[in-house]
Design a protein around this ligand. Sequence first.
Ligand SMILES: Cc1cc2nc3c(=O)[nH]c(=O)nc-3n(C[C@H](O)[C@H](O)[C@H](O)COP(=O)(O)O)c2cc1C
Length: 170
Amino acid sequence: MRSDDDPIIDHHEFRRALGCFATGVAVVTALDARGEKVGITISSFNSVSMNPPLVLWSIANSANTFDTFINAEYFAVNVLTIDQHELSSRFASKDIDKFAGLDCREGLHGAPILPEYAACFECRTEHRYDGGDHTIIVGRVLRLDDRDEDPLIFYRGHFHNKGAPKSGDS
Ligand SMILES: Cc1cc2nc3c(=O)[nH]c(=O)nc-3n(C[C@H](O)[C@H](O)[C@H](O)COP(=O)(O)O)c2cc1C
């Protein structure tokens, strides 16, 4: 018999309620074992600790890029700008050349850095934790760059395409 500690949570309701929590959107990148560039769109990025500087994100155990990110010693979190919906969709697709035509530069230990971003966090993997059908990856931030751009915001399954109010906006 089910108890209050073991309730049936409706999948659809759960997703819908989680959608109230607005997030940014990032493309996490790394190099795979053959040195090929790998990337995935995520919204599960968050801060963990200021000292030491730690961040986390989670990856679906079913993602094609799972093995790469679980084994990657270094990765970069490219936080997307308000104009980068197309890149978000591209890196959320499967079985395409996600980096086609993108002039990335090499970050620390080769992790690809997108040409444009709102902020970029270059990290070394510190911990990996079981998170049900996802795995939580905690990274130590080794280098960061903040370009002071409006970020892409995602909630209720959609992108929010209004920038932050500028001074003078009514
Ligand atoms: C806005 C947005 C946020 C996403 N957040 C995550 C996430 O935090 N973790 C994750 O594993 N997948 C997330 N996804 C889904 C992956 O981007 C998607 O499954 C992708 O196809 C995985 O690529 P891969 O199979 O090549 O690894 C998100 C997708 C979108 C559009």
